[in-house]
Design a protein around this ligand. Structure first.
Ligand SMILES: Nc1ncnc2c1ncn2[C@@H]1O[C@H](COP(=O)(O)OP(=O)(O)O)[C@@H](O)[C@H]1O
Ligand SMILES: [Mg+2]
Length: 394
């Protein structure tokens, strides 16, 4: 019904009609913002979890919270491409310049603002973001050594006065943070650490894959104390219900209990799937009350779309040995977790091949270790896809 009005948002980083089940994260971040405005320190936050669980959406929500409170916010996304390191530096430099514009706000420059802008010019020049001709403020010789860590630290130090004067903070919000290059990552961690010690309101807020905390710990040994790490995972049953029912009722739609059970049961709290199923149910219903029959059709339609896109991309990235493991896991009846021994026995790979293929599937984020000797798929519904493939249906 009226697909043009469909409120559901399956995709990447698309703001959902209802940000369900993330109240704890939102209030933890609110507290950090409130403390920063009161001149108090707090550990910044790093979100980690598999793709499709809602990290980007949550990071964006946090940035908006911070912006509303007057923080100068910079949002960047790291990329693995060769151009990635240059692109992210330039974006940070450019966004800092934009953010610094707000210091002016019709007021005359104080000495602290002049200092911040002068150092920022030096920093931007060394990153190649502005040239001498376009620089608005004369440089002061700071933040221009060309050594990123040193320059970033001087920059943040020289911003401190202006930030305190205007009662604000700087937040760098980094998505896909596991892909930040080593040099920039260690510079950011060092500066975050120094800022904490000197009570400078500068915060790096990050989101990334489950490998992110380990990557940060390898970069700087104190990284585990620098951030509050928050695992972003599946929504609780109650939040999953809210994610589907609330947007429907906002537009005067309802859904039968058994229909809702079917959709939330299949999605297992996985936000991307909840959006996908909600969208299909909305499109397929011809009444304002979604029935079980419509939900069944919606589920089939959602799986058909996922088979062509989402699931397929995981399958395509797996090589022959890895696919043998996936088939073997999927053939085990409706399990949430699989004993590694059992899968290793059944999939017919040599022990060393099995170990390598399993590790590769973990690195690719298709499966993960639930605990000692047990593995699971990172997304619900993947076994169904593998079985549909085996049966020639996908
Ligand atoms: N809390 C939530 N409640 C409902 N839907 C959500 C929630 N968080 C994310 N989504 C939806 O889930 C999908 C994936 O979100 P995204 O932030 O891109 O995940 P990630 O960055 O972890 O891969 C999007 O379709 C988004 O609209
Ligand atoms: Mg994301």
């Amino acid at each position: 019904m009226h697909p043009e009005l469909n409120p559901f948002t399956p995709g990447s980083g698309l703001e959902p009609p209802r940000l369900a089940g993330r109240d704890h994260e939102v209030s933890a971040f609110d507290l950090l913002v409130a403390r920063s405005l009161a001149g108090r320190q707090g550990a910044s936050i790093v979100l980690h979890g598999y793709r499709g669980v809602g990290k980007t959406v949550l990071l964006n929500a946090m940035r908006e919270q911070a912006e509303r409170a007057g923080w100068l916010c910079i949002d960047v996304e790291a990329q693995t491409s060769d151009a990635g390191p240059t692109a992210i530096r330039q974006r940070i430099g450019r966004k800092l310049l934009e953010a610094a514009e707000s210091f002016k706000n019709g007021k005359s420059y104080t000495a602290a603002i002049r200092r911040a802008l002068g150092t920022l010019t030096g920093f931007s020049l060394s990153l190649g973001v502005v040239s001498i001709e376009t620089a608005r403020e004369p440089t002061n010789g700071r933040a221009s050594s060309g050594i990123l860590e040193v320059d970033l630290e001087e920059l943040v130090e020289d911003f401190a006065g202006a930030l305190r004067e205007s009662g604000t903070a700087v937040g760098i919000f980094i998505d896909e943070m596991q892909d930040v290059d080593t040099e920039l990552l260690s510079a950011l961690l060092t500066v975050q650490n120094r800022a904490g010690q000197k009570n400078i309101p500068f915060y790096v807020v990050g989101a990334g894959l489950p490998t992110l905390p380990a990557r940060l710990a390898t970069s700087r040994s104190y990284a585990e104390r620098l951030f509050e790490y928050r695992h972003v995972g599946a929504l609780s049953a109650e939040s999953a219900v809210a994610a589907i029912r609330d947007p429907l009722s906002r537009y005067g739609f309802g859904i039968d209990d058994d229909a809702l059970d079917l959709l939330t049961g299949a999605a297992r709290g996985y936000p991307y799937f909840l959006q996908m199923m909600g969208r299909e149910a909305w499109n397929l219903t011809d009444k304002r009350q979604i029935s079980l029959e419509t939900a069944e059709r919606a589920l089939n339609s959602a799986y058909a779309i996922l088979d062509q896109g989402y699931f397929r991309s995981s399958w395509d990235r797996a090589d022959t040995a890895e696919r043998a493991i996936l088939r073997c896991m999927a053939a085990t009846d409706d399990a949430d977790e699989y004993p590694v021994d059992q899968i290793a026995d059944r999939c017919g790979l040599d022990a060393s091949y099995f170990a390598a293929a399993r590790e590769s599937l973990e690195t690719k984020g298709v499966i993960f270790a639930v605990g000692p000797g047990r593995i699971a798929f990172t997304t619900p519904g993947m076994p169904g896809h593998v079985n549909r493939r085996a049966a020639g249906l996908a």
